[in-house]
Design a protein around this ligand. Structure first.
Ligand SMILES: [Mg+2]
Length: 224
């Protein structure tokens, strides 16, 4: 039998800063999944005269080899490696970007409670820019941080102290919400006291297994 998932009981009075991931956590991850699993292999197959199946295998292997590194998230790296205009291709599909239900209400409540709200995403600045163009989430953040600004992903524990230089926070009074278990793990080791795993990354994809982390599916479960 699977262990029961830890459900959240958040005491908002103990939290003054909320660090939020973007893709999967606030936005439907299917956009990125579809882009990397279907759109890019098709563009690569067309450009190099390959079958779609061959292109998918090649690209899957290339992506897999960069798991957990900053390159994995780096549009410049993939533009060079695949010789494709990744950011431009992403922009063409921007109408498919979707915000999860109740995210805007959640962000408004955080602002109404005077919480400091900081986005900490592994996404590349170009990817972040496209997503801010088509959603209104950017309006609710005090600071927007791309891990690329520091040259390291959230999988590297050093990022949590680097963020202090841009947006100082008290780890004991900070909540991180993320769908990336590696990011939650480095944040925990650094000392961020409140951690939540967002498990519902998309209606079209499997839920994340949060392991031992406290988890939620819908923002209604954690609404302040
Ligand atoms: Mg994410």
């Amino acid at each position: 039998m699977k262990p029961a998932i830890n459900r959240p009981h958040i005491n908002w009075s103990e939290i003054d800063t909320v660090l939020l991931d973007m893709d999967g956590t606030l936005l439907d991850l299917h956009f990125d999944w579809h882009f990397w699993m279907e759109v890019i292999p098709q563009a690569y197959a067309d450009k190099n005269n390959l079958t779609l199946t061959t292109a998918k295998t090649l690209i899957h292997d290339k992506i897999h080899s960069q798991t957990g590194t900053l390159n994995w998230y780096c549009l410049d790296y993939w533009s060079q490696t695949l010789d494709l205009p990744i950011a431009a291709l992403k922009r063409e599909l921007k109408h498919q970007i979707k915000v999860h239900p109740e995210v805007i209400t959640f962000l408004k409540r955080l602002k109404a409670l005077n919480k400091t709200v900081v986005m900490v995403t592994n996404a590349h600045r170009d990817s972040l820019a496209v997503k801010l163009e088509v959603t209104e989430i950017g309006d609710y953040f005090d600071t927007l941080i791309s891990a690329h600004d520091f040259g390291m992903p959230k999988e590297d524990i050093a990022i949590w102290s680097e963020i202090q230089r841009v947006s100082p926070y008290d780890p004991a009074k900070t909540l991180l919400i993320d769908d990336n278990l590696h990011a939650l793990t480095t944040a925990k080791t650094y000392g961020i006291a409140h951690l939540l795993c967002a498990t519902f990354v998309s209606p079209k994809l499997d839920k994340i297994d949060p392991k031992a982390f406290t988890a939620f599916e819908r923002y209604s479960e954690i609404m302040p």
